[in-house]
Design a protein. Structure first.
Length: 277
């Protein structure tokens, strides 16, 4: 601008008019802040929760008090050479006539639990499975039980019995049509304790969509990233991840909040019991 004014021999107002510029552009100063502290916070969270991707790490930054949008998080994420999640094309679904995607939706905690199996292999090639149990309303992962074999009796004894003692019973239990869930003793037990079984339409895994989505997250963030030698090792790592999933990891369907935020966890009582006078 200074060169243009000297060449034209005109004042600021006339030079801006000739060049088609607003006079305010002459006084503009970049407002970009020093992002060093933000970058350090981003790297710290990425080291611990990098598998979540930049959007969820951005939500964690906002929980810490940073005023930042996802675009800036993505830019800094790229500049720091952090890996970006791969985008996958959505698959088209084949719907059955007169069948909704999810036939009954949850309306309160303990309304509907969903269960399903995830299969994987140990480092020695030996197959193992995980039974996942989810509260569809809160999206809390209630348990992940890691075993080499599990039939209908083991589903009851190792997973559902302990959960019912701890959480109470749900009104409904949603599952697929696997032999463990279709077995007569399993179905009879559900009815005896007052739980209504709901088995999805054959060939329609999306009807168990809450649990299927959780299983995909478990595979992406844990099973594809770790190589386990034993089921005990797998159980320990998954238990640690499960606490992060329930209490720290932001969830899109919950407004980027975890199912059970750490701030809502019950704190132990500090005082003694009250005594009457």
């Amino acid at each position: 601008m200074v060169h243009a004014r000297q060449k034209l021999g005109t004042g600021e107002r006339h030079t801006c008019k000739v060049l088609g510029l607003a006079r305010s552009t002459l006084r503009y100063r970049s407002q970009r802040q020093n992002d060093d502290d933000l970058r350090l916070a981003l790297i710290r969270l990425a080291k611990q929760y990098g598998r979540y991707g930049y959007r969820k790490v951005g939500a964690l930054l906002r929980m810490e008090g940073w005023r930042i949008n996802h675009k800036k998080v993505e830019r800094l994420w790229r500049e720091e050479g952090l890996q970006l999640p791969h985008r996958h094309k959505k698959r088209k679904r084949l719907y059955h006539h007169n069948v909704s995607v999810i036939r009954l939706r949850p309306h309160y905690a303990n309304h509907i639990w969903s269960i399903d199996f995830v299969h994987d292999r140990l480092s020695n090639g030996r197959p193992y499975k995980m039974l996942t149990v989810l509260d569809e309303y809160t999206r809390e992962a209630l348990s992940v039980t890691v075993v080499t074999k599990m039939g209908a009796n083991e589903v009851l004894e190792e997973a559902l019995y302990p959960l019912l003692l701890k959480r109470g019973q749900p009104a409904y239990l949603r599952s697929d049509n696997g032999p463990e869930f279709s077995a007569a003793p399993f179905q009879d037990w559900l009815k005896r304790v007052g739980i209504t079984p709901m088995q999805i339409y054959p060939g329609s895994p999306w009807e168990n969509g809450y649990n299927e989505r959780f299983n995909g997250t478990l595979r992406r963030e844990v099973l594809n990233a770790e190589w386990f030698a034993t089921t005990r090792q797998a159980q320990a790592v998954i238990n640690h991840w499960l606490r992060q999933y329930n209490h720290i990891r932001p969830h899109h369907a919950l407004g980027m909040r975890p199912p059970i935020p750490e701030t809502l966890l019950e704190k132990p009582s500090q005082g003694g019991t009250a005594q009457g006078g």
